[in-house]
Design a binder for this molecule. Structure first.
Ligand code: TRP
Ligand code: ZN
Length: 870
C-alpha cells in the first residue's frame, strides 16, 4: 500500500502501451485462475523497466514472448511487478490466482449472492491481474470465461459474444470481444444464475440493439421501469446530442452487494440493485426517479466517460461532472425542470456546500490524493455538474452543443483532460474561457454580496455584485471567478421589467445572464421608473451563496410573482431560513420563537399561485433541512435547530390548515409511476405530515393501512416513526412482517429507525445490528442503518458522546473488510470544528481513536488526517 500522496503536477505519460489484452478466467469462488496475454509496446524511454500494478494476488507464472521468466528477471512487490530490460514490443503472459469469495472490499472480482461480478473503477483491475492500471492506457480486450454451467449458466463480459461452447466436464466457456479500446477500469465480468429481461432498441441510424437487464430470479417483474428508462435515455442522447449507441448489445446486471450506485463498464453496466428494481408495492416515487436517473447516468457515460475517458484520476470530473449534468438535464426534460432543479440544489447545499466549507474541501479537479476512492465526492460530481451548467449559461444552449460536438470530434477514442474540454467549449464559440478554468482549481463556495441603488430622476437602477470565496485548507487566497449572474427585475405590481443596460438601444428580454469576472462589478439598467425588486441567481445558475438582506415584503412578492419558478422556491426558503435562524437563536436562549404570520401568509399566497403543479407546491412547502440550517449558524446546536424547525412546521400547519385539508380531499387516483402522478402523491403526503402535527397519528395510520403503493405506505410510516405513539410500534412491526425477506424494502425500514428523532434511537440501532435484516457484508444495509444514524444530526451529536463512540466502533469494525465504506462513514466527523467546545473535544477524541488504530486503511487514514489537521 503506497502512503505517498499522488500529485496532479507529477503526471507523466506511461512508458508502455498495451494494445491488446486477452484474459482467460477459470472461475471458482475460492480460487480463480486468471491468465492475461498482453501485447505491450514501448512508447517512452528505451531503458524504462515495465512496472505493472497488482495487489492481493498470487503470481503463478510469467512468460515473455513465449519464454518463462526466471525469478531473477523480475521483482514482485506487494503492489507492483517490475520487469527490467524488456524489448520495445513483446507479448507478456501472466498467470495468477485470486480469491473472489474472500474479497469483502468489493473491488476487483468478488461474489455477490452467488454471482461473480467485478468493480474495477478506479483501481480494482489491479486485483484481477498485473496491469498498467491507469485510465490513459487503452486496450482492445478479448475475455474468455470458463465456469461450471449449473451454478454459472450466464457468462458475460464487455462487447459482443464471439464464441460459446460446452467443455464437457460440466463446465462451459464464453468468449467476448470488445472492439473499442478502453482503459482497464471499464473492464467487467459477470457470471452466475440470473434471469434476463430483454427488449430492443433501434438507433437513429438503424442499428438494432439487444437490451438485456439481468436480475435475481423472481425479480423480473421489477425491471420494467429500468428498461423503459434505458430506452428513453438512448433516444434522448440521440435527440439532444446526436450521440448513438455503438454496439449490438447493452447489458445491465443488478447485484445486491455494491459499494456505490452503479458502474458504466463498456456495454456491461453493473448496478446496485436498488437502482434497477422498482414496482409499485416495493419502490417509492423517489426510488423510481433514482432508477431513471442512474440508468440514464450510466448509459450517458458510454460517450462521456467511455468513448472519451479521463487521462488521469484528477480529471474525474471530466466524466462525472459532465455526466451528472447530462442526467440532470434528461430528468428535467422527462419530468419537471423546476422541480428537478430545486431537488438538485437541495442536495448540493446539504452535501456539497458543507464539504466545500470543511476540512475535506477540494477543487472539482483535485491537486493531490492519498486514496482516489475518497474523491468520488459531492464536489467532483455535483459541483462538477454545476460548473458544466455555468458553461451552458455563459455560452447558451446552442453554443454549449457546438462545444460538445467539437469535444467529441476532437477526443473520441482518447483519454482527455478538463482543460481540453474547456478548450473545445471555447474554440467552438470563439471565446476565451481561461478565466473560467479557475473553477477547476479553486475550492470553496463563493459568496456574493449586492448593492443596489435607484435614481428616480433618470430612471436608472444600478446593481453592484461583489464576490469573495472564503479560504479552504491549502488555499488561503482566492481569486475572483468567472460566473453567470442570471437576474431579472420585478415591479411592485409583480410584473417583470424589460431589461435595458445603459448604452443599449432596446431592452433585451426580462431575464438576463450578466457575466461577473471581477471582484466587484456594476451594471446600470435604464428605463426603470420605480425601485424594482431584484431576482438574482435565477435557476441557481451559479453555485454560490448570495448574501442578501431582502425585505420580508420583497421575499413575499417574489414567492408568488417571480417569473422564475426556482427563484419563487428560493424566496420561500430564504424567508423560512431567516425565521428559523431567529428561532434557533431564541431556542438556544430559552426565548419564545419569532412571529411567523408574515411568512405563513406569504406561503399561503405562493401556494395559491402554483395551482396545477402539485410537485412544485410540495417543494414550496418543504422547509429548509437541518443540514442546510447547520451551515448557516456560527456554532451548530442540533437541539435548537431541531426544535426551531419543529416549531415552524407546527405554525405552517396551523396557518395553512384549510389548504392542507383540501389537498387531501380529491378522489383516489390509481397508481402510476409518472412524474405527474408522483407530484400528487408528494403534495398529499406533505400535507399529511403537516396535519399530523395537529391531528396526531390517526390519518397517517389509516393511510398506512389502506395504501396500494409504497410511496403512500412509506410516507405514512415515516410520519408515524417521528411520533412517540403506540401506532408507531404497530406500523413498524407490520411493515417488517409485510416485507420480511425483501432486503431493499427492509433497508428503508432500517433507515427510518436510524433517522428517528426519538430519544431511544441509538439503543434501537444497536439492537438492529443483530437483526437478520442487517449484515455487515452488504453496503446498502450499512448505509441504511449505520449511515442513517450518522446522518441523524440530533442523535449522532448527542451531548454525552454516545453517538460518536458508536460510530467509531462501527468504522473500526468495517475498515479491515471494506475500507471504501468505512471511509465514507468517517466523513460524518468532518465538520467537528463547527460544534461547541465539548462536542469538538468528543469528536476529536473519537477521530484520534481511529487515527491510533494499527493497520488503518489509507482510505480512512487520509480522511482522519485531513479532518484532524483542520
Ligand atoms: N463511475 C461510477 C459512476 O457512475 C462510480 C462508481 C461506481 C465507483 N462504483 C464505484 C467509484 C466504486 C468508486 C468505486 O459514477
Ligand atoms: Zn458516473
Amino acid at each position: 500500500m503506497s502512503h505517498q500522496p499522488i500529485r496532479r503536477a507529477d503526471y507523466l505519460p506511461p512508458d508502455f502501451g498495451i494494445d491488446r489484452v486477452e484474459l482467460e478466467f477459470d472461475l471458482e469462488p475460492a480460487r480463480t485462475l486468471v491468465r492475461a496475454r498482453l501485447a505491450i509496446r514501448r512508447i517512452g524511454a528505451s531503458d524504462a523497466a515495465l512496472v505493472l500494478d497488482g495487489e492481493d494476488m498470487e503470481l503463478l507464472g510469467l512468460a515473455l514472448d513465449g519464454n518463462a521468466l526466471a525469478a531473477d528477471r523480475y521483482r514482485l512487490e506487494p503492489t507492483r511487478l517490475t520487469i527490467p530490460g524488456v524489448p520495445d514490443a513483446f507479448e507478456l503472459v501472466i498467470d495468477g490466482a485470486i480469491a473472489p469469495a474472500a474479497n469483502t472490499a468489493l473491488e476487483g472480482l468478488y461474489i455477490s449472492s452467488s454471482v461473480f461480478c467485478t468493480q474495477c473503477e478506479p483501481e480494482g483491475f489491479r486485483r484481477i491481474t498485473w496491469f498498467l492500471d491507469r485510465p490513459d492506457v487503452l486496450s482492445v480486450f478479448r475475455t474468455t470465461i470458463r465456469a461450471e454451467r449449473a451454478r454459472f449458466p450466464i457468462l458475460l463480459s464487455n462487447g459482443n459474444l464471439a464464441a460459446a461452447r460446452d467443455l464437457g466436464d460440466g463446465r462451459h466457456e464464453a468468449v467476448w470481444d470488445d472492439p473499442f479500446p478502453k482503459p482497464s477500469y471499464l473492464f467487467a465480468l459477470v457470471a452466475g444464475d440470473l434471469a434476463v429481461v430483454e427488449d430492443r432498441f433501434t438507433t437513429r441510424s438503424g442499428r438494432d440493439v439487444a437490451l438485456k437487464i439481468l436480475v435475481e430470479h423472481g425479480k423480473e417483474g421489477r425491471a420494467g421501469y429500468a428498461m423503459d428508462s434505458l430506452k428513453r435515455s438512448m433516444r434522448w442522447d440521440e435527440e439532444t446530442y446526436g450521440l448513438e449507441y455503438d454496439l449490438d448489445v447493452f447489458h445491465i446486471v443488478a447485484v445486491s452487494d455494491f459499494n456505490m450506485g452503479a458502474m458504466e463498464n463498456k456495454s456491461l453496466n453493473v448496478f446496485n440493485d436498488r437502482f434497477i428494481l422498482a414496482d409499485p408495492a416495493t419502490a417509492t416515487d423517489l426510488d423510481y426517479a433514482n432508477v431513471e436517473g442512474v440508468v440514464a447516468h450510466e448509459y450517458f457515460h458510454n460517450w462521456t466517460g467511455n468513448r472519451i475517458t479521463c487521462r488521469d484520476w484528477f480529471q474525474l470530473s471530466l466524466k462525472e461532472g459532465l455526466t451528472v449534468y447530462r442526467d440532470q438535464e434528461f430528468t428535467a426534460d422527462e419530468r419537471s425542470r423546476a422541480v428537478k432543479r430545486i431537488q438538485d440544489v437541495r442536495v448540493l447545499r446539504a452535501r456539497q456546500f458543507p464539504e466545500d466549507g470543511g476540512p475535506l474541501a477540494h477543487p472539482i479537479r483535485p491537486d493531490s490524493y492519498l486514496e482516489i476512492n475518497n474523491f468520488y465526492t459531492a464536489t467532483v460530481y455535483e459541483k462538477g455538474a454545476e460548473v458544466i451548467r455555468m458553461l451552458e449559461a455563459l455560452l447558451d444552449r446552442d453554443g454549449f452543443r457546438r462545444g460538445m460536438d467539437l469535444y467529441v470530434a476532437r477526443h473520441d477514442g482518447e483519454a482527455a483532460t478538463c482543460d481540453q474540454f474547456v478548450a473545445a467549449m471555447a474554440d467552438a464559440n470563439g471565446r476565451d474561457l481561461s478565466h473560467f478554468l479557475r473553477w477547476y482549481g479553486q475550492a470553496g463556495t463563493p459568496r456574493l454580496t449586492l448593492e443596489q441603488s435607484h435614481d428616480a430622476a433618470t430612471g436608472t437602477y444600478a446593481l453592484t455584485v461583489s464576490q469573495r470565496t472564503p479560504p479552504t485548507p491549502g488555499q488561503p487566497d482566492k481569486l475572483p471567478l468567472h460566473l453567470p449572474v442570471h437576474m431579472g427585475l420585478i415591479g411592485r405590481d409583480g410584473a417583470e421589467i424589460p431589461l435595458r443596460l445603459e448604452g443599449e438601444n432596446a431592452p433585451q428580454g426580462t431575464s438576463r445572464v450578466l457575466e461577473l469576472t471581477e471582484a466587484s462589478q456594476t451594471w446600470r439598467f435604464v428605463g426603470v421608473e420605480a425601485p424594482p425588486v431584484l431576482s438574482i441567481n435565477r435557476g441557481f445558475a451559479a453555485p454560490v451563496v448570495v448574501e442578501s438582506s431582502e425585505s420580508e415584503d420583497d421575499l413575499a412578492l417574489r414567492m408568488r410573482a417571480d417569473a422564475d419558478p426556482f427563484s419563487r422556491w428560493e424566496a420561500a426558503q430564504s424567508f423560512a431560513t431567516r425565521l428559523l435562524l431567529a428561532g434557533i437563536a431564541a431556542a438556544a436562549e430559552g426565548r419564545p420563537p419569532p412571529p411567523t404570520d408574515a411568512f405563513v401568509a406569504a406561503l399561503a399566497a405562493a401556494f395559491d399561485a402554483v395551482e396545477g403543479d402539485p410537485a412544485f407546491a410540495a417543494e414550496l412547502l418543504a422547509l429548509p433541512g437541518e443540514l442546510y440550517l447547520a451551515e448557516q449558524v456560527a456554532v451548530i446546536d442540533v437541539e435548537a435547530i431541531h426544535a426551531a424547525r419543529k416549531a415552524l412546521r407546527a405554525a405552517v400547519a396551523q396557518g395553512l390548515v384549510d389548504r392542507l385539508r383540501h389537498v387531501r380531499t380529491g378522489p383516489p387516483r390509481p397508481f402510476a409511476p409518472d412524474a405527474a402522478s408522483a407530484g400528487h402523491r408528494a403534495l398529499a403526503n406533505m400535507a399529511l405530515g403537516y396535519l399530523s402535527t395537529i391531528d396526531g397519528p390517526a390519518a397517517a395510520m389509516a393511510q398506512y393501512r389502506a395504501a396500494d403503493n409504497m410511496t403512500d405506505r412509506f410516507s405514512a410510516l415515516a410520519i408515524l416513526s417521528e411520533l412517540d405513539v403506540p401506532e408507531r410500534t404497530a406500523a413498524l412491526a407490520d411493515f417488517h412482517d409485510r416485507h420480511a425477506g425483501d432486503a431493499l424494502v427492509l433497508n428503508k425500514w432500517l433507515g427510518l429507525q436510524a433517522g428517528s428523532s426519538l430519544p431511544d434511537t441509538l439503543a434501537t440501532v444497536r439492537a438492529l445490528l443483530d437483526h437478520p435484516a442487517f449484515s455487515y457484508g452488504n453496503p446498502n444495509k450499512i448505509y441504511a442503518l449505520v449511515g442513517g444514524f450518522a446522518g441523524n444530526a440530533l442523535r449522532f451529536h448527542a451531548a454525552d458522546g454516545s453517538g460518536y463512540a458508536f460510530m467509531v466502533d462501527q468504522i473500526l469494525r468495517l475498515d479491515p473488510q471494506n475500507p471504501q465504506v468505512a471511509s465514507r462513514l468517517l466523513k460524518a466527523f468532518g465538520r467537528w470544528r463547527r460544534f461547541d467546545a465539548d462536542r469538538q473535544a468528543l469528536m476529536r477524541d473519537a477521530m484520534e481513536r481511529i487515527a491510533a488504530t494499527p493497520g488503518l486503511s489509507p482510505d480512512c487514514r487520509e480522511i482522519v488526517g485531513l479532518s484532524l489537521a483542520s
